[in-house]
Design a protein around this ligand. Sequence first.
Ligand SMILES: CC[C@@H](C(=O)O)C(=O)SCCNC(=O)CCNC(=O)[C@H](O)C(C)(C)COP(=O)(O)OP(=O)(O)OC[C@H]1O[C@@H](n2cnc3c(N)ncnc32)[C@H](O)[C@@H]1OP(=O)(O)O
Length: 357
Amino acid sequence: MAVLFHPPVDTLRKYMFVLPCLFPMSSSFQGDGFQSNTARLPLSSRMVLCALRPQLLKSSTSVGAWGRLLQRQSSGSVYSNIHGFNQEEIREKLLAFPGGSIDLHKHDSGIAVLTINNPSRMNAFSGSMMVDLEEQVRQLENWMDGKGLIVQGAAETFCSGSDLNAVRAISNPQDGMKMCMFMQNTLTRLLRLPLISVALVEGRALGGGAELTTACDFRLMASDSVIQFVHKHMGLVPGWGGAARLVHIVGSQNALKLLGGTLKVDPKFGLQIGLADGVLEGPQAEEGAETPLQQAENWLSRYIKGPAPVIQAVKKVVLSGRELPLSEALRTEKDVFGTVWGGPANLQALASKSKHK
Ligand SMILES: CC[C@@H](C(=O)O)C(=O)SCCNC(=O)CCNC(=O)[C@H](O)C(C)(C)COP(=O)(O)OP(=O)(O)OC[C@H]1O[C@@H](n2cnc3c(N)ncnc32)[C@H](O)[C@@H]1OP(=O)(O)O
């Protein structure tokens, strides 16, 4: 059977990190007209098309199935060229403001650690770090064995937002909009990773740094740490998606107080309003005491026990429940359920007659 509709390759790329996980490729779809029709597409796009094929075949029109499917998935990015967003153009602009790095370490435990690393500027985001972050998120989107992610700042402080030197240089409205769309895309993709993510907040998380904490599923605060949306002091509002996410996390009343009052959120206040999910033990001099990173890994480990496909499925159903209207979320949940039902972990659990005491 021929495939009647080929979605644009860049659209496929955008969705490929979500879809292969939802509809794993079956070898039985290879070797017919479907494959030959798609042979000229890059492998990644062909994988997505193969993965999508059961959905396309079930539909009376392939275009309709594709459209519905895209609507139903949580897409990676918010902005694309139809919004006047040109990723390459803004990438070039941002690379003109170098400094610092975003470091990624993937561990065999299935936990990756992403470090905002620009300590001489309190881990402020230079332009090249924004580009780095996008690249590291891309790495994580393709990490099949991943289960969890910890986002931390280097040298015991989280992040002081945008590098003010870069901000000054691109303070014209056009460049500001481009940077805003670039960072919204990246942080949205970060939150939508099929990994359970934690922001480990030590020291200060200010401005864009506070926004970054909201792009993780959870926030753990060190005893002396502070999260502060300082944007109003800068004559601004959050632009990296931090306001929208903050409302989801703490509710609109609290969000209004935090933004309107530029309130300093310490661990106690953070727990009270639900911005913090846990507080780390204070600095301990004695030998063998856990570092904040070890404490965060331990905290996260209870939520990521089990095989990666199951943990990733857990994140996907929660993500769709968080982001989609109920009927769409229910259908996505069905699709994700289909990826684990009868899978190795499910069969093993059934064979072992496990009891949940
Ligand atoms: C676009 C708006 C928004 C967004 O993107 O969403 C933003 O994020 S705008 C940035 C918001 N953040 C700030 O305004 C933070 C400004 N910095 C401070 O308030 C203080 O530096 C601090 C973070 C509270 C730390 O104070 P302190 O402990 O006293 O250290 P120093 O002030 O001496 O800082 C050390 C060093 O770091 C430089 N620094 C700090 N933050 C930034 C920054 N965001 N951009 C660039 N540089 C930053 C600071 O200037 C010092 O450098 P030197 O003077 O060269 O030592």
